[in-house]
Design a protein around this ligand. Structure first.
Ligand code: PAF
Length: 281
């Protein structure tokens, strides 16, 4: 069976793979798969022979003002894309299968979640960590693969795996971009051609920051200014945040000295986009 919907079925499939001696890698998704997700499958295949992908639109990570009902869903297409790229099994549970019992527990993140995406989307990261912890316990993989585009999420998941002693390795893969530079995201489909053109200011600004950092600029005020100039010159976008942060704490730093990334979120029309560049990984 290549597509399963129950916890018992996915556990049985993973147990069989383990009995064959296969390492298990895991790609959690909310579906609406694009090439970014499929590159995570490629990475998962390099790490472990048996690749599990979950497709689950997690209601817990949507805020009251975020439209869960509008989240793009195409399970049939997702399954086809995932399997043709080498995924061994797709786990597509119902909300009831995951949250059916009365829930008395959630995973609440600490410092890393306080600002940026955490501030803009109240409760979002508690929802993400709770479902990811559940999925880790259900699948029990050796490796779990996430994309760098959601950098704050990836760092939180790495911290959770460490803090709660999950016995797996969290791997973060580079962001995949379209040929025009825009980071792949299931939200890009909501952009009109004009909005997309405006949105390109975001990767342009972040690339310029990285270039300035490579050229030796270490003062964060100077680096942020480079990006702000580009973003403020672009009509039709609204800056939500732009910051150079330490990726271990997600606190803004004043000077770049290791473990730094420039992160940003913008609104283009009704679409919110995030992106980042690592400065000192
Ligand atoms: O990044 C996502 O698609 C989701 O936040 C995740 C990690 C699958 C949890 O629902």
């Amino acid at each position: 069976m290549k597509v399963v919907t129950t916890i018992a079925e996915v556990r049985a499939a993973v147990a069989e793979a383990r009995a064959r001696g296969d390492a298990v890698s895991f790609v959690p998704t909310m579906g609406a798969l694009h090439d970014g997700h499929l590159s995570l499958v490629d990475a998962a295949r390099r790490l472990g022979r048996y690749v599990v992908m979950s497709v689950f639109v997690n209601p817990l990570q949507f805020g009251p003002n975020e439209d869960l009902a509008k989240y793009p869903r195409d399970l049939e297409g997702d399954v086809e894309r995932a399997l043709s790229r080498g995924t061994s099994i797709v786990f597509a549970p119902s909300v009831d299968e995951i949250y059916g019992r009365d829930r008395a527990t959630e995973i609440r993140p600490l410092q890393i979640a306080e600002e940026w995406e955490g501030a803009s989307r109240t409760g979002h990261f508690a929802g993400v960590l709770t479902v990811v912890a559940k999925l880790f316990n259900i699948v029990q993989p050796d490796f779990a693969v996430f994309g760098q585009k959601d950098l704050q999420q990836a760092c939180l998941i790495q911290a959770m795996a460490r803090d709660l002693d999950f016995s797996l390795k969290v791997v973060v893969e580079p962001t995949v971009r379209d040929s025009d530079g825009l980071a792949l995201s299931s939200r890009n489909q909501f952009l009109s051609a004009r909005e997309r053109k405006s949105a390109l200011a975001l990767p342009r600004a972040l690339t310029k920051v990285r270039a300035a950092h490579r050229a030796g600029v270490r003062k964060v005020a100077e680096l942020e200014h480079v990006a702000e100039e580009i973003l403020s010159a672009e009509q039709g976008i609204e800056l939500d945040y732009l910051a150079v942060v330490d990726t271990r704490t997600f606190k803004r730093v004043r000077t770049v000295a290791g473990n730094a990334a420039v992160i940003a979120a913008i609104r283009v029309g009704t679409t919110r986009l995030i992106d980042n560049e690592l400065l000192e990984p």
